[in-house]
Structure formats: C-alpha cells, structure tokens
Write a protein that binds this ligand. Sequence first.
Ligand SMILES: NC(=O)c1ccc[n+]([C@@H]2O[C@H](COP(=O)([O-])OP(=O)(O)OC[C@H]3O[C@@H](n4cnc5c(N)ncnc54)[C@H](O)[C@@H]3O)[C@@H](O)[C@H]2O)c1
Length: 328
Amino acid sequence: MLKASVIGYGYWGPNLARNFNNNPEIQLKWIVDSSSERLRKAFLSYPFVNLSTNISDVLNDDEIDIVAIATPVATHFKLAKDALEAGKHVWVEKPLARSAKEAEELVKIAEKKDRILIVDHTFVYTGAVQKIKELIDKGEIGEVIYYDSLRVNLGLFQTDVNVIWDLAVHDISIIDFIFNGIKVKKIMSVGMTYANHLKESLASINLVLRDNKYIHINVSWISPVKIRLALIGGSKKMIVYDDTEASEKIKVYDRGVEVIQSPEDLYKIWVQYRTGDMWAPKLDNREALAVEVDHFVDCIKNGKKPITDGLAGLKVVEVLEMIDRSLR
Ligand SMILES: NC(=O)c1ccc[n+]([C@@H]2O[C@H](COP(=O)([O-])OP(=O)(O)OC[C@H]3O[C@@H](n4cnc5c(N)ncnc54)[C@H](O)[C@@H]3O)[C@@H](O)[C@H]2O)c1
C-alpha cells in the first residue's frame, strides 16, 4: 500500500484527497495546508488523516511515498523540489512551475533521484480527450487542420498567474497530447487586464505549428457563462468537443470543404461542401482524476513513464512562456 499526502487543500486539493483516498492501493496519510481553517475543513472529511500546516512533517515521514502538490503556482517549484529531494514520488498540479527554468530543474532532480514526477494535466485523462486522440491517430478525421477553442467563465482572479497560465494551459496540454507534440512556428497573442488587476484576465492566442496546424485559443475570467468548446478540423471530418455537455461531449461531423483548382484555368477554383452524418462516440466516463491516480500508481509500481511526465509539463510551460512573451 502506497502512503500519500496532499499539500494544499483549497479549491482543487479536496479533489486530489478524495481520489487518493478512494484508490484501493493508496492510504491517504497526511493533508497539509498553511491555513488552519482549511485543515479544519479537511478534518471534517478525513478525521483519520494527519494534519499539518508545514510540509516538513510529511517530508520527515519515512513511510510517505507520494507528495501531491495543489498549492498556488508560485509555490510549486520549492515544494516539489523539496519533496523530490526527500525521495518522494511527486504529483504537481498544472502548470508544473512558473518558468521553464524551474520546470527543467524539477525534471532533472526527478531523474537524478529516480522518482516519478507527474503533472496533473487533467484533461488528458478524460474519456473525451482520449477518444479525440484515438480518432486522430486512426486517421478518422484525416489530416488535422486546426484546433479552435473557447474556454471562458466568470473565473477566480488569480494573483500569481494570468488567465493563460490558469486556463489556456489546459488547451496547450490537450494539444501536446492529441497532436503528439507542439512545436510552435508562429505566435501572436493579445491580452487585456481588467480594472486594477495586474494579470491578464482575457486573452486570445494564435499559433501556427511547424507542421502548419493552426491553433486558436480564447480564454477569459470575465465571461457571464461557462463555455468549454473546442473545434478540431480535419481534411475528412470535424470534431466538436463540448466539455460542458453531460454526455455526448464529442460529436464527429462528416463535413468539410474541398477546394479544387480548375484544370483549364488556374485562376478558377471550385469549392465543394460535404455535409454528411454526425455521430457521438461512446466515451469512458470515469472521473479523469481517478484514471490519473491509477496511472500514477502503475508508474510508481512498475517504473513506467507517466503520460504527463515532467517533460510534458516542461513543454507546456515553455509554450506558456512564449505566449507571455508575445503578449508583452
Ligand atoms: N487540474 C485542474 O483542473 C485544476 C483545477 C483548478 C486548480 N488547479 C491547480 O491547483 C493548484 C491550486 O489551485 P486552487 O484553485 O486549489 O488554489 P487555492 O488558492 O484555492 O488553494 C491553494 C491552497 O494551498 C494552500 N497553500 C498555499 N501555500 C502553501 C504552502 N506553502 N504549503 C501548504 N499549503 C499552502 C492555501 O492555504 C490554499 O488552501 C494550482 O496549481 C491550480 O492551477 C488545477
């Protein structure tokens, strides 16, 4: 039985605690939060778990195998570094760190210490994103042309990161997974701060990848409604992924456009539209975090590399940095 700890019991930490606690191969032993008020909340759900305001209690506990970090982004690096150096397997919330330099150092320490470092790019473990990758890999939608996403809601204004590091990080990690990598050729992003808040709360990101796939991501914390919609266009079919749908999150449309050059006159083109059927594939609807915790346990027990390992976390942070540079 692996013994686990959760550091940070704010908004997301309770989801980690619940999923670690529900996993039959894990015993949740510690919950740490610098706020004793948050620890009182944790006690109500987990009266049998040790509580502390300081991670050193966990790092000094030789029985602990896993440290899961769900604190604000600015604190990830120090906490993850200390945990890896103490010989623990580490789960870090997205984004892995505040800079590529920090992320790279974490990757190196994990390697040196031979510990598993997993980054919680949660969407990668959803039935929907797994299905999208399967459809793309099987060639069902043809050659991928674009990924166009709208991820907006009345969000919590973060103090240490902007809306790109909070929300677009999900799209970047999804893209890296479904396209087997994300190599940026061109980038243009614009963002806006709202009122007196110093971090961008609205942003529009345009990327062209080296293989000419076009990416557009629109993120906002000041939208009246929550929208989680991505359109993925292929030369054969197109996917509509609506994460707010209870079921049928993915719809595959046999629709597209073909542009044909006239053989007689090179200046003439014919545009043909195809409007075929739509179908909604069946998805694995297990909670993504439960799938991810299972995967983490498998990696620890069998020395496997996590799908969203430190390197995947680093790649995502590198793209986030590029987007920020483009904004400036
Ligand atoms: N995977 C996802 O879909 C998802 C969703 C939401 C948030 N997150 C990530 O989870 C992390 C936390 O976000 P949140 O929204 O829960 O933030 P939050 O502010 O609600 O909670 C953070 C908690 O950490 C505690 N804390 C801060 N510094 C600490 C320290 N040094 N030691 C111990 N406790 C400390 C705070 O008291 C607070 O209770 C962020 O990295 C965020 O990006 C991921």
